[in-house]
Ligand binder design. Structure first.
Ligand code: ZN
Length: 418
């Protein structure tokens, strides 16, 4: 932990995502709905939608295919994958549908594998990068549930990359690390300072916890180690932290309290290709077994949002802000012009709100600041006459410009994700 990480306690509780989330009206919980199941308000849903759009678009640019698969499946699927005995404790009780047992899914991997199996595959199809913002459900003790960080239902930015062989897997793992670096950079995170890598290894002696195949474990661990070494990444190695089907690279982060967490992982899997018969026809016409990479680019949306709320202290950058702009008429007389400006912003996809209250301008500005809205526009006689607006920012900048220029300036900043 760095020396300036620890802030006084009151400061920390004021920055707690549960406190800010409530103040800004982003999400809530209801005992009638159930513990650990967040309800997202329209404002909170903007955060989810913007993140999902941004991440999906970037993944598609990098060769991922986004899919949609169901939140529940027959218990047979998790028995086939072998997850069932390992995950039994964190899965909810089966749901009986016409005499068959269904489970709320605790992970999406087996769903993606069944999709892979829906057609015969050739080496030309690989690597196949199957991605999904997947809802999943895991049992957590009610005592550990905490805001958006520990929940019972969450949405993971998940993907499974089916690779032809070890070499392809190695290059895919490197691309995943590039993607993680890119997303982390957008959120203002610095490698080594704010996040770092950990290579999590299996234990050859523990065949209860880890699939028994010593040679495959050796090879898989070497692939991940070699990717990290070739990239000259600083990383630590941790024994006995792997998944049951293979070793992984964990991306470790610390929250505002200085607590270290695994934010997301890149896993090498040599077990599922066997269990699901994830094969393809190679150049030579032979049927060969693939290698699977499980990865998350930003982890669960719930955790990411909790992290971002605390990092930005609720003052989100423009592109993420649930409300990007407030239009404040100086008085009732200027409401009509204010409405015209507001509509112009809305048709240009800027999330604008019009303050129609009878409050004084001072009060209106104070409430905009409390809501941490990045920009507001003041319109009065001068602006109406000149067909212009006075644009003010959370940072204290103030300028007079035409509505068209204001729209252009905001759209540019939104696109740049500043
Ligand atoms: Zn997976």
């Amino acid at each position: 932990m760095k020396k300036n990480d620890k802030k006084p306690d009151e400061d920390l509780s004021a920055r707690d995502h549960r406190v800010i989330g409530k103040e800004l009206g982003l999400f809530s919980f209801s005992d009638t709905v159930g513990k650990g199941l967040p309800l997202w308000t329209p404002k909170g849903t903007v955060l989810r939608r913007e993140l999902e759009r941004f991440i999906t678009d970037e993944e598609i640019r990098r060769g991922y295919s986004h899919v949609a698969t169901p939140d529940i499946a027959k218990i047979d699927l998790y028995k086939k994958s072998g997850h069932y005995p390992y995950y039994k404790e964190s899965m909810y009780a089966p749901i009986d549908i016409d005499g068959e047992e269904f489970m709320l899914r605790p992970m999406a991997c087996p769903h993606h594998f069944e999709l892979y199996l829906s057609e015969p595959r050739s080496y030309r199809d690989l690597p196949m990068r199957i991605a999904e913002f997947a809802n999943m459900y895991r049992y957590e003790l009610s005592g550990v549930l905490s805001g958006l960080v520990r929940v019972r239902g969450f949405c993971l930015s998940d993907a499974h990359i089916i690779c032809a062989n070890r070499e392809q897997a190695e290059s895919e793992v490197a691309s995943v690390l590039d993607l993680i670096d890119y997303f982390s950079g957008i959120f203002g995170l610095r490698k080594s300072e704010d996040y770092w890598y950990r290579l999590s290894l299996g234990d050859r002696a523990d065949s209860k916890k880890y699939y028994k195949d010593d040679a495959a474990w050796d090879a898989a661990e070497e692939v991940l180690r070699s990717v990290l070494q070739k990239r000259k990444e600083k990383f630590s190695e941790m024994k006995n932290e792997a998944a049951f089907y293979g070793p992984k690279i964990d991306v470790q982060m610390k929250d505002i309290r200085g607590l270290e967490n695994t934010a997301f992982t890149v896993q090498y899997d040599f077990v599922m290709p066997k269990r699901f018969k994830l094969v393809y026809t190679d150049k030579d016409g032979m049927e060969k077994e693939s290698v699977v990479i499980h990865r998350s680019s930003v982890g669960a949306l719930e955790r990411l949002i909790a992290f971002l709320i605390e990092k930005y202290n609720g003052a989100f950058p423009l592109w993420l802000s649930p409300v990007q702009m407030k239009v404040l008429p100086v008085g009732e007389k200027f409401l009509q012009y204010a409405e015209k400006v507001h509509k112009e912003l809305v048709v240009n996809d800027i999330r604008s709100e019009l303050d129609e209250s009878n409050e004084t301008l001072g009060k209106k500005v104070r409430s905009v600041k409390l809501e941490k809205v990045p920009y507001w526009i003041v319109v009065g006689e001068q602006e109406e006459k000149a067909d212009s607006v006075t644009l003010e920012s959370r940072e204290g900048n103030k300028q007079s410009l035409s509505v068209a220029d204001a729209v252009m300036l905001l759209k540019k900043q939104i696109a740049e994700k500043k």
